[in-house]
Design a protein around this ligand. Structure first.
Ligand SMILES: Cc1ncc(COP(=O)(O)O)c(C=O)c1O
Length: 446
């Protein structure tokens, strides 16, 4: 439509124009879930109903919703500085936040490259891995290794190393030179495990097989989620990540942990690498860094990686990569306020304390109709339901529909797996309410 003929008012109730991401649009638009506001553990729908948030948004509002100090920091920042150029300029809060994050990071992951989404962070980390090998004189290392059932966002890099078929099959061949480790889930050996399963560390040895196939001199990096979230909460088998680290070290391969979900407290530590005592060469983060109040993400890189780039003439750009909104002032202000809330309220420690309570509550759903497996770790649970005959995904979809519309609880669903991951401020009562709501709905969709 020509600008002159475009109506001057928008149509607030027309759901047609917005193509909703990762959503069945036709079903959604028939029965939309529209949130008007949020506070602490609750969403409030456009018709005023309170809905318990059992998933911290999309595992990102770790401190609960609309927290006053974070809101105030964003408001103040918006009035002070909207935007300086992100290239060749910056602003003090971006540096302050990078220092704060680096101080929380394990080992010598001292440098932070800011992005705006987990997908950008993943692509950034993969590009840094390739470029790092170039600058250190190992340009033949061009292969990237991901893992089956891994989710690393939706950029071409992320879907290439990711291991979810639906996210890959429509989008061509994506990056070449990518291979995958096997996923670590085996129901027969691991069903109904709280925390990290005993079985499966040996699956890391598959990296040796890939090295034998491709040769280490062609492999730049391995990227894994320390705990695979999006395919239904798969905690790493005991010893698996340590073994992966050892094999990477043996062959000079970089290890990248995608901590977009696990970062900032979800597993009871600032980063999962702390819980598992394994330091990767890079960590990607997003979501919880700003409590999701403003989009922000980033890559933490080791001192060795950063230093390798700091050569050549000083007036020259060292890494030809970045985003217009890298380290945006609103995000930096939200990030600083969020880190204060996490610290002041001891939320990572709180998650650690709640872990057994949460695990017990979720495991007590064993025996409810159609429950085939339950996995828990930190404040995360994946509950596998038996798919309906010939209709994969329908039971999970119906369960979350009823839970939201009838029981006033929100938990995420991945096909027929329900995924609970409440904000870290959840009380034992909140956890009980989420548990009881899930039980009720499982009976309803039996
Ligand atoms: C492990 C992991 N990596 C990357 C992403 C992508 O993040 P975004 O949706 O912000 O691009 C996600 C999103 O859930 C994720 O769980």
């Amino acid at each position: 439509m020509a600008l002159a003929t475009r109506p001057v008012t928008s149509v607030p109730n027309d759901l047609e124009a917005f193509w909703v991401p990762f959503t069945p649009n036709r079903a959604f638009k028939k029965n939309p879930r529209l949130i008007a506001r949020a506070k602490d553990m609750h969403y409030y729908t456009v018709d005023g109903k309170a809905v318990m948030d059992g998933s911290a948004g999309m595992w990102c509002c770790n401190a609960g919703h609309n927290r006053d100090p974070i809101v105030a920091a964003i408001q103040q920042q918006a009035a002070e500085l909207d935007y300086p150029p992100a290239f060749q300029f910056s602003h003090p809060k971006a540096f302050e936040l990078a220092s704060r994050i680096a101080a929380l990071a394990p080992g010598d992951l001292d440098h932070v490259f800011f992005c705006n989404s987990g997908s950008e962070a993943v692509d950034t980390a993969l590009k840094v891995a390739l470029a790092y090998n170039n600058v250190r004189g190992e340009a033949s290392r061009v292969r990237l290794i991901g893992r089956e059932r891994g989710y690393h966002g939706v950029g071409f890099g992320g879907i290439s190393v990711g291991g979810i078929v639906a996210n890959r099959k429509m989008f061509g061949t994506a990056l070449s030179g990518v291979d995958h480790l096997p996923h670590t889930y085996n129901r027969e050996k691991q069903a109904f495990t709280k925390g990290e399963p005993e079985w499966g560390a040996h699956l890391a040895d598959d990296l040796d097989r890939l090295v034998a196939l491709h040769d280490a001199s062609t492999i730049a990096a391995v990227i894994v989620e320390p705990m695979s979230g999006s395919t239904g909460v798969l905690p790493p088998p005991k010893g698996y990540l340590q073994r992966l680290r050892q094999i990477c070290d043996k062959h000079g391969i970089l290890l990248i942990f995608d901590e977009v979900i696990t970062g900032f407290g979800r597993l009871g530590h600032c980063f999962a690498s702390e819980r598992y005592d394994v330091t990767p060469d890079m960590i990607t983060f997003a979501k919880g860094v700003t409590n999701a109040a403003v989009p922000m993400a980033g890559v933490m890189a080791s001192k060795g990686i950063y230093d390798a780039f700091m050569t050549g003439p000083e007036h020259m750009v060292e890494l030809f990569h970045g985003y217009t909104y890298s380290g945006h002032p609103l995000a930096a202000a939200a990030g600083l306020a969020t880190l204060d809330v996490y610290k002041d309220e001891g939320l990572f420690e709180r998650a650690q304390k709640l872990e057994p309570v949460f695990a017990e509550a979720m495991m007590s759903l064993k025996g409810e109709p159609n429950v085939e497996d339950i996995r828990t770790v930190g404040l995360l649970a994946g509950i596998d339901l038996a798919p309906m005959q010939g209709k994969p995904g329908l039971r999970g979809y119906e369960a979350t529909e009823r839970m939201y519309h009838d029981i006033n609880i929100y938990v995420r669903v991945a096909m027929d797996t329900l995924v609970a991951s409440p904000p870290l401020i959840a009380t034992e009562n909140d956890i009980g309410e989420i548990r009881d709501g899930i039980a009720k709905v499982l009976r309803a969709v039996a």
